[in-house]
Each structure stands twice: as structure tokens, then as C-alpha cells.
Design a protein around this ligand. Sequence first.
Ligand code: AMP
Length: 187
Amino acid sequence: MTRLVFLGPPGAGKGTQAKQFSVLCAVPHISTGDILRSAVSQGTELGKKAQLYMNAGELVPDVLILDLIRERLSSPDVSPGWLLDGFPRNVEQAIFLDTLLEEIGQPFECVVNLDVPDEVLVSRLVQRGLDEGRADDTEGTIRNRLEVYRQRTEPLIDFYRSRQQLVSIDGNQPIEVVTAELNKIVS
Ligand code: AMP
């Protein structure tokens, strides 16, 4: 049973690692960013509401995210486990997740924190903006996303560390080295 939460700033490699690891462990990769981007491209009500926040590099309001997570973690395909990427993003979401997981009987193994210096994050995100055309990977938005991360998401490091649920990995290493460290932690 593999249930992991990936934590880290934008550009730390959460998506890359979670995607690969989900294939390896045969469990769904649940990325709130991917879910939101797909809602935006399909023009759904959620997408219309979320788009402005995303393009500004702000967090989408919890009221739009919490039901979505509840629904996703209640789907039959998560019975072998899951990898959460991009959720929780603030303390309120972390508390919600605790309550939800308790309710549905799905405790996680640990929170994997990917540690990467700011200057590396910025250059990775600028490059991703060029490669993938992501609307929020532009220079101004990147700075705001890092700021939002510091203010809203980084406190989760202490939140989980104080409960001995945090494992940190140096994310400023080749992708396969990070994956190997991840493998060691989980096996
Ligand atoms: P990501 O792909 O995880 O970097 O997410 C891209 C954007 O989607 C973020 O900058 C937020 O605007 C939004 N987003 C993703 N996950 C969440 C979340 N858990 N809570 C609020 N906003 C989110």
C-alpha cells in the first residue's frame, strides 16, 4: 500500500517524481494542479473560477478544492493507494486532509518534502514555461508563486515534521537520483 504526500515549492519536481513513482507503484498520481488545468481547458465552471487565481500565481480558494479532493479520494481506483501532488497547500487543507483520511480510513505513509534552492526553482520554471507554455510559468507569476509558497505552504514542513511524518530529499539532484532516494524511503 503506497500513500504519499509530495510537498515542495513550485519547480521542485513533485509532479515529475510523482508521475514516475505512480507508474512504479501502480497507484494514481493525484495532482490538484493537473485537475485544475484540465478544468480550465475544458471550460468547466470550476475551471472558469480557478483560472484567474492560477494565472496570478495565487492559491485557488479552498472552497473550490476541498470537495474535489474528497471526491477524488473516494473513487474506487484509489484502493491500492495514491500519490498526492500539490495538496495540501496550506494548513487549513492539511487539517481537512487529516479529517478526510481518518474518515475514509486511508492513512498516509509519509510526506515527502523536495528541497531545492530558489535560484534553481526560478530557472526550472522559466524553462518549463518555454517548453510547456504554462500560463503561470512566466517570470512575474513565478515570483508570486514562490512568495505564496513561503507564506502559505512552507509552514506545512513544520506541521508534518513535528508529527514525525516528514521526510526531506535533496531535489537539486538528477531526476533518477531523487527517484532512487524515494524508492529507498518507501521500500
Ligand atoms: P501546481 O501544478 O501544483 O503548481 O498548481 C498550479 C496552480 O494551481 C497553483 O499555482 C494554484 O493556483 C492552483 N492549485 C493547485 N493545487 C492547489 C491547492 N491544493 N490549493 C489551491 N490552489 C491550488
